[in-house]
Design a protein around this ligand. Structure first.
Ligand SMILES: *[C@@H]1O[C@H](CO)[C@@H](O)[C@H](O)[C@H]1NC(C)=O
Ligand SMILES: *[C@@H]1O[C@H](CO)[C@@H](O)[C@H](O)[C@H]1NC(C)=O
Length: 158
């Protein structure tokens, strides 16, 4: 399906969180934080930035930043979140809906790729920093995404 292909690409194509923190702070920055129930994850989240080690993702990132958002609702099962990944591109809107399961303080996804996501610390109250391990084929990749409740957080770089 064309739409799914586009959207799956978008998942990995969103930033450049290129800033490095002082070495002493790194440990707390990469320590998963406690996810206290799924409610805090629900609602609309705009992708602000993304960095992954998936080959080729950097080039595509700029195109999609600020044009993609998640829309999450509670599924009937207590630990399941139904999420739509939406993307505006070329004047069209693409959408892919999938379920995430909250297990052992991690979000487990099967679609678009088998992956496990953790929340990391952020000083921004409207933001969510997500660290994800992806399994694509036989390879493992990592990704870091910054999402915000406030879609105006995104500032297009020149
Ligand atoms: C998500 O899970 C619910 C059950 O909690 C199911 O009814 C629904 O079809 C699933 N949606 C997708 C997109 O897999
Ligand atoms: C994800 O990555 C973290 C940190 O590299 C690692 O500790 C964890 O075992 C990985 N989880 C999976 C499911 O690959």
């Amino acid at each position: 399906m064309m739409e799914c292909v586009h959207v799956a690409v978008a998942v990995f194509s969103l930033l450049s969180l290129g800033q490095s923190a002082p070495a002493t702070n790194c440990k707390s920055l990469i320590q998963p934080i406690q996810i206290n129930g799924r409610d805090q994850l629900l609602g609309r989240w705009t992708f602000i930035a993304e960095s992954t080690d998936i080959p080729g993702s950097r080039v595509l990132s700029k195109m999609f930043m600020g044009n993609s958002w998640l829309s999450s609702t509670a599924a009937t099962q207590e630990n399941v979140i139904t999420t739509s990944l939406n993307q505006k591109m070329f004047g069209l809107c693409f959408s892919l809906t999938y379920n995430m399961t909250l297990e052992n303080n991690a979000l487990v996804l099967v679609i678009p790729y088998p992956s496990t996501a953790f929340l990391l610390n952020t000083g921004c109250p409207d933001c969510m920093v997500v660290f994800t391990n992806y399994t694509i084929g036989r390879s493992l990749y990592k990704g870091l995404q910054l999402l915000s409740r406030n879609k105006d957080t995104y500032v297009q770089s020149p």
